[in-house]
Design a binder for this molecule. Structure first.
Ligand SMILES: O=C(CO)[C@@H](O)[C@H](O)COP(=O)(O)O
Ligand SMILES: [Fe+2]
Length: 222
């Protein structure tokens, strides 16, 4: 089943708790939390304090997308704050295998993210250790950017790699997802969809969630 992960980057930060409750009630599975440091990406967002503040108010799976340099320095703090899945960028890790093991040792699910230009070979030898791979379909740093269709063959190639392994590894797609692009990425093997502006930017948030859900209903990897 396809999971929907609204990104709070496009939420109203002055009413964050309320907005999380709205998407939770709309039936999404994950809450996608974008952490940016102004160094790895040209934007600064939030840290573990916000994760900790939201945790008692939501039962959603907290999917923390770390877009920060030297993520090893912070993973323990995010784990303690209430992250369920911790995602690190391969581009930020000098010792990717070690960083993955650090997250696993904290008892958290581990995700490795790749920018649009980073090849799948960056994760080839660690893939069996991962719970999820996040493929960026925009350059990281901002919500509301245009989907990069050149990533579609990369999604398909990753699904084929995972099928060969015979393991249950999720493929999460992040950037420019709406009802139309959601369908395109699910057709080539994605099963977790991040959507920020398409959900929190909508007049009717539950209708936007339903629109994405309906667009991918019954769509099979082909
Ligand atoms: O990680 C990021 C951006 O770097 C994302 O999670 C965005 O927040 C997605 O926003 P939309 O493209 O869906 O508006
Ligand atoms: Fe993200």
């Amino acid at each position: 089943m396809v999971k929907i992960a609204p990104s709070i980057l496009s939420a109203d930060f002055a009413r964050l708790g309320e907005q999380v409750a709205v998407v939770e009630k709309a039936g999404v599975e994950y809450l996608h939390i974008d952490v940016m440091d102004g160094h790895f990406v040209p934007n600064i967002t939030i840290g573990p304090l916000v994760v900790k503040a939201l945790r008692p108010h939501s039962k959603l799976v907290f999917d923390v997308h770390l877009m920060i340099s030297e993520p090893d320095r912070y993973v323990e703090e995010f784990a303690r704050a209430g992250a369920d899945i911790i995602g690190i960028h391969a581009e930020t890790c000098l010792h990717l295998h070690r960083s993955i093991q650090n997250i696993k040792a904290l008892g958290k699910k581990v995700c490795v993210s790749l920018n649009p230009a980073t090849p799948l070979t960056a994760i080839e030898y660690v893939l069996p250790d991962l719970d999820m791979v996040l493929l960026m379909t925009v350059n990281p740093g901002f919500g509301g950017q245009k989907f990069i269709p050149a990533v579609l063959p990369k999604i398909r190639a990753l699904r084929e790699m995972i099928n060969v392994l015979g393991k249950n590894i999720d493929i999460e797609i992040d950037g420019g997802i709406n009802a139309e692009t959601a369908r395109q990425v699910v057709e080539v093997g994605a099963n977790v969809l991040v959507a920020g502006s398409a959900i929190f930017g909508a007049e009717d948030i539950p209708a936007a969630v339903a629109g994405i859900r309906n667009a991918v209903r019954g769509v099979k990897f082909c």
